[in-house]
Design a protein around this ligand. Sequence first.
Ligand code: ADP
Length: 277
Amino acid sequence: MTYSDAFRVEPGSEVQLEKIDAGFKPEGLKRKEGEREFGRKVGRLRELQHQLYAEDKHSLLIVLQGRDAAGKDGTIRHVFGPLNPQGCRVASFKVPSKLEVSHDFLWRCHIAAPARGQVGIFNRSHYEDVLVVRVHDLVPEATWSKRFDHINNFEALLHDKGTTVLKFYLHIDRDEQLERFGMRISDPARNWKISDADYSERPYWDQYTEAFEDALSRCSTENAPWFVIPANRKWFRNLAIASIVVDSMEKLNMKYPEPSVDMDEIRRKYHQAENAG
Ligand code: ADP
């Protein structure tokens, strides 16, 4: 079974996060071997991105969501860092600005969606509007509850325009989160990452679980699937995500475009130039 099959949320199914082991890795797979496999996947990912860019027909949107310290930044660095920056853009979604809240909740995400030939990575996303917004009652339920349909329609629109939409929920458990907060305190190079929100959000763990489960269950569709990635082990998280992205991009059957010039003619000119020195 591929990681794509193992971790995809089947459309219409009910996700129960407590039942999914955040520390999962395939039996017998050692870290060293997993990292070597990851290296190969990233190499393939780079080739596929090159084709995506050259073909200029499809685009790829990666959505990353997870609790604080789940590893969104690390995933971007490790999995997508090796891509060609000319064809890749990361958009991070924070508390909306005055301008952003004066528009509909999808507006800021739509303008950040990848153009043809491009990879777009959402570090947080339009899903915040059914997560933090719901947990903290930032808008009435009557408003956020309509957003699942809006989101599904929005993602269907992106898909119809040729965008492959892949959404990853980085699944860590409570102990792992606390351990990562501890590392942020003890490592001076990570102190800057600590925010009050880390600690003020932790008591809402169960409310977030409910909100995530609803988003994952209601918005995993054939054309814009959610994947729940066991993310306690960073190396396995990277391997699983890289593998899933590669699988999906392989399915596009991309081809380099035909040259826009007469190649025989160009070869003739090249040889003439070569002979002339
Ligand atoms: P990050 O944790 O992503 O590295 P920050 O520490 O700046 O970056 O956190 C961004 C904050 O913005 C998060 O607490 C997130 O929940 C919040 N946020 C994002 N989108 C929204 C939104 N639509 N409404 C309210 N808060 C949001």
